[in-house]
Design a binder for this molecule. Structure first.
Ligand SMILES: Nc1ncnc2c1ncn2[C@@H]1O[C@H](COP(=O)(O)OP(=O)(O)OP(=O)(O)O)[C@@H](O)[C@H]1O
Ligand SMILES: [Mg+2]
Length: 269
């Protein structure tokens, strides 16, 4: 299988602009439970990779390792030309360049929409408040929520809250966006708005690693799809191949469950 070549290294480890991601032989255990059993995958700069797989297969754990929220026991993660698993790496600096959007939004309920989008810019990036607000407003505009800037999260629908979470992440000028099932907690009628924003981000050349079970999105937007099960990559390839004609029986069984959720399945074993 051919992998896209990673982007050219930038001198000095500067992560400005879309960055590639390479995960090599990643192992992560919690006590005696081995959750990631040697995961390797790459996302070329500006590409979109969708990660699919059953519950408990380690998708969120993998994203948390890439975002440096978890420390793997073994293996390497490289973002751009910086090895983030290097014990000497400046974790705080690297984390600033990785935007993460979670299933449950994780907005601060006591802060306005605008403040949710400025607080980390001011605290972490040391931007002036006025500059942070200008950037936040531009990103709220981009997700179609400029008029909600002074509202609070509990006054917004789930889909609107998720769009704020995306605006908040974008306000940090990420080189890479990680999405962990961003639409799975949303009412069906708001899913499309969030997916539309993700599509436009992809079209603008953002590097994206997306855990999702939205197969139409994956088929249309992802450059590649990675199917994980039991802490290993079972199958990966172009989206149309993995979704349209999967090679592995486990991938086929999973896809048939996702694509026909109401159908009664025979037990697998
Ligand atoms: N902090 C933790 N401590 C102990 N076990 C954990 C921890 N985080 C995850 N696990 C375990 O690791 C396994 C993989 O979890 P993970 O959340 O990565 O799966 P997932 O593929 O994202 O599943 P889902 O589709 O349900 O979100 C599960 O068995 C989970 O219970
Ligand atoms: Mg998960």
């Amino acid at each position: 299988m051919s992998h896209p070549s990673p982007s050219a290294p930038r001198p000095g480890g500067d992560l400005a602009g879309a960055a590639s991601v390479a995960v090599e032989d990643l192992h992560k255990s919690y006590g005696s439970l081995e959750v990631l059993k040697g995961i390797s995958l790459t996302v070329a700069a500006g590409q979109v990779v969708c990660l699919i797989g059953p519950s408990g297969s380690g998708k969120s754990t993998l994203l948390r390792c890439v975002n440096l929220l978890e420390t793997p026991q073994k293996g390497r993660i490289t973002i751009g030309d910086v090895e983030v698993t290097d014990p000497e790496a400046d974790v705080d600096r690297l984390r600033r360049h990785v935007g993460m959007v979670f299933q449950q939004f994780n907005l601060f309920p006591h802060l306005s929409v605008l403040e949710n989008c400025t607080v980390a810019q001011v605290k972490v990036l040391k931007r002036e408040k006025a500059e942070a607000e200008r950037i936040a407003r531009a990103n709220l505009e981009r997700v179609g929520l400029a008029e909600k800037a002074d509202g609070y999260p509990d006054q917004l629908s789930g889909g609107q809250q998720q769009r704020v979470a995306i605006a908040r992440a974008l306000s940090m000028d990420p080189s890479l966006m990680l999405f962990d099932e961003p639409t799975s907690a949303l009412d069906p009628e708001t899913v499309g708005d969030v997916l539309a924003i993700m599509r436009s981000l992809a079209a603008e050349g953002m590097t994206m690693l997306v855990v999702t079970h939205e197969m139409e999105f994956a088929r249309d937007v992802a450059d590649r799809v990675v199917f994980m099960d039991g802490g290993v990559v079972v199958e990966e390839g172009p989206a149309a191949e993995v979704i349209g004609s999967p090679r592995e029986a486990r991938t086929r069984a999973f896809l048939s469950r996702v694509l026909n959720p109401t159908q009664v399945q025979a037990p697998e074993d």
